[in-house]
Structure formats: structure tokens, C-alpha cells
Design a binder for this molecule. Sequence first.
Ligand code: FAD
Length: 448
Amino acid sequence: METDCDVLIVGGGLVGTSLALALAQAPLRTILVEARGPGGSAPAPEPSRQPNLVQPPATERPGERYLALSRASMNALQRLSVRPLLTGAPEPIRAIHVSRRGDFGRVLLSAQEAGLEDFGAVVPASVLGRALSGALQAQLTTITTSLSQAAAGAGNPGLTHLAPARLLALDCGGDSVTATIESSHGPQKLRASVVVGADGAGSLVAAQTGLAAESHDYGQEAVVFAAGCSRAHEGVAYERFTDDGALAALPLPGRRVGLVWTRRRQADDQAADVASAGPMPDAPAVLAQVQAQFGQRLGRLHSPGPCARFPLLRRWAAQTVSGRVVLIGNAAQTLHPIAAQGFNLGLRDALVLAESLLAAGNNASGLASALAAYQTRRAPDRQRIADLSHALARWPKVSLPGLGLVRSLGFAALNASTGLRQSLMLAGMGFSQDAPAAVLEPAVWSRP
Ligand SMILES: Cc1cc2nc3c(=O)[nH]c(=O)nc-3n(C[C@H](O)[C@H](O)[C@H](O)COP(=O)(O)OP(=O)(O)OC[C@H]3O[C@@H](n4cnc5c(N)ncnc54)[C@H](O)[C@@H]3O)c2cc1C
């Protein structure tokens, strides 16, 4: 049966758009379907008003997440022509400092020690979203809200962006997948050789294909905001474990840090299952608590920006492939942000999938069998990062007499062992085993 496209990507978030870019030059007919309209990910900036405090920069947005992108991810963004579009230079992470409140040990990893300038960089999620969209616009063959135009435009190799348009249902029988998609022209059908679910944590693609993920509620939330610091951060990213969560302070331009405070969800928020954003309620009290948890490493914290809160759940799909359908990014795994790996891992999903599809050529059966190879290749990296994030998220809960000392000795031993430090650094930078070519250092990928 003649299909409308080779690859249908459902979800144009950070990961789905990355996949579309990685396939842009391929001899494939690719359609990217996104529920939000162009610019939907970029709410207008709202200056925060906090009495008696220095105003934070007006560019800090409510609902912003500050993403720690690994060196591997930054390399890939360069190859996808996204990096030059990151406005307001990404702030490099030159060192990582890990400690636990109440214990004396700590680990300090420096990029210089690994012979590198940085471990990666911090980029606001909205800035990354806009840069990905900008790179996508430059690659598009067709941009449309009309499904029939999308199908016609997809008759030849190239990339079509259909937005706003929403997947309603999938029919996976036969030698293609039929997707029912609703756009401003009403519901219509689109046939694809393979369908990629990049539709995030509540993935409809997963639900429609029996790939539904198991889920675990951590009973925690992440409170995310930026603040000024009276001492220079010098490119150090801090991770500090506390009794009921953790606190990350990520370097931002100037004397500001992006704070991610994971803590037990407050009693009145137990039913919360959506992220909320806005001016920080009771900002001085929250800052005082964060300061008490964090200590004086960065001096006095002040001038908080708008705040966002995210309920923390883990979702894990053991199988990511069913026939002609595959899940990537948050649709395949939604991780606790403590290890700062969600997008880094999802980007590697996208890049490995692009490699697998490209190797298969543009015949329908080759594309379908590429998915099985993809699943096998991705399994070790996914499992390792998901286990790491889950273990770190649950770590403060383990409370035994003397454990503080053991933990401190663990930190001290780790700090002293060159071998352990090097493997931790490689993992942190995203150079997993069997990594996709796009994440490798330029010196490696430019070799003949
Ligand atoms: C507090 C916090 C801090 C974080 N920090 C880091 C960090 O430091 N480093 C890091 O790497 N990661 C981090 N992450 C994780 C990272 O933000 C996510 O892993 C990443 O954004 C997931 O992107 P995605 O494209 O897979 O999913 P999403 O961003 O959820 O995108 C899914 C897209 O699919 C679209 N969609 C949904 N349903 C449909 C449908 N039926 N039809 C069409 N389109 C549809 C949606 O509109 C959306 O655009 C953090 C997360 C949180 C919450």
C-alpha cells in the first residue's frame, strides 16, 4: 500500500524536534505533528515583582526549567545547527560539586582534570526550544496546518511540519500504520511506514499500542527558580543532597544560578499532577529555606525570579517498540530530574533512532526492522541512566545509624579514586557505550 510518509513523528517537543532535524537531510518522507501551534512553547516574558529585592532579569520566564546539557548533547546540538541559535550564550559547567547536608565528605570533579574546557552547559528550556524551532524552520520542505497538503508535500523526500495538529488514534494493522489526526480542517487519516511517539509523559502513542509505561510517584515536587548569589559561581554546578530531596544550583550568566529544589510534596499539593508556574509565593521564606539547606558556598542568595513547580513521577516503558511504532524521550522514560538526564537521554534516543532509520534505507520493511535493532542498541544506556536517576532520587530515604559516616567516606573515597572519578565524569558528559556519532567530540567525528 502506498503510504503518505515514511516516518511520522508525533510530538514536536525538545526530543521530537531533535529527531526531525536529524532526519531532515535523509532520503525519507518525514512528517512532524505537534499539538501546539508555532510559538506555543514560548510564553511572553513576565517581569517578576518581589518587594524589597533587586529585580531579576526580565528575560527569566515563569515555568522555566534550567537544563544541564551534557558535553555530548552540546556536540550534537552543534551538528544539528542548533547551537549557534542558542541566544544568551549557554553557561559552561566547568566543575561539579556533590555533597550531602550533615556529612563532611564531598566530591569535586573538574573538567580541566579531564583535559576539557567544560562538562557541558546550562541552557533554559525555552531558549533550547526556540533554537530547535529556528533550526527546524531552516530545514522544512513544507509547513502547514492542512493534512492533505502535508500528505501531498510528503510525496517526495523532505520534512513537513504539521502544527497545530493532534494525534487522535492509531491503527497498526497491515504493512503501514494509519494515524487519525485532527487539525483545523477536522480529523483526517495519514498512513506511515513507521510512527515515532515523542509525545511526552502522557503518551497517547504508548497507550494506543500497548507500550504503556509503569509509573512510580516519588511524592516529591521540583521547585525551580533562578536567584542571584553574592559570590561568583565560577562555572561550578552544585548538587547537594538533603533529608527529603536534593538541591541543585546550576551556573547562569553573571552572578545568578538556576535552582532546582526537590522536596516532599506539600500536603495541599498531593493531588497535583500538572506543573504550575508563576511568581514565587512567599519568596523570602523559600529563599531562607534554600539558603539553610545549601549553606554559604555561593554567599547570600537573593533576587529570586519567577518560580515553577513540577510534581515528580517516574515512568518507564520496558519495551519501546511494538511492530512499526517506537517511543522516544519522555514518552519512553520520564525520569526524576536529580541526575539532570531526561533530555540528554532523550536526545540520544533520537540520534540513535535516526542512525538506525538511515541505515535501513527508505523501504517500508527495512524501516520496520530498524526499530527492533534500535531497541536492542538503546537498552543498556536507557537502563543505566534510569537506574542512576531512581537510585539518587531514593537515596536520602535510606536512613540507618552510622550511614552518614559511610556516605561521607563514600564521597571521600570517590574523591580520592582517579578511576572512579573518570568513569563518573564520562557518564556525566553523556559519552555512553555505543553512543550515536553526533555526540562525539569534533576531533573524533571530523576524522576521515
Ligand atoms: C524540573 C525539571 C528539571 C529538568 N532538568 C533537566 C536537566 O537538567 N537536563 C536534562 O537533560 N533534562 C532535564 N529535565 C528533563 C527534560 O525537561 C525532559 O526530559 C524533556 O523536556 C522531554 O522532552 P520530550 O520532547 O520527550 O517531551 P515533551 O517536552 O513533553 O514534549 C512532548 C510534545 O508532544 C506534544 N504532544 C503530546 N501529545 C500529542 C498528540 N496527541 N499529538 C501531537 N502532539 C502531542 C506536546 O505538545 C509536546 O510538545 C528536567 C525536567 C524537569 C521537570
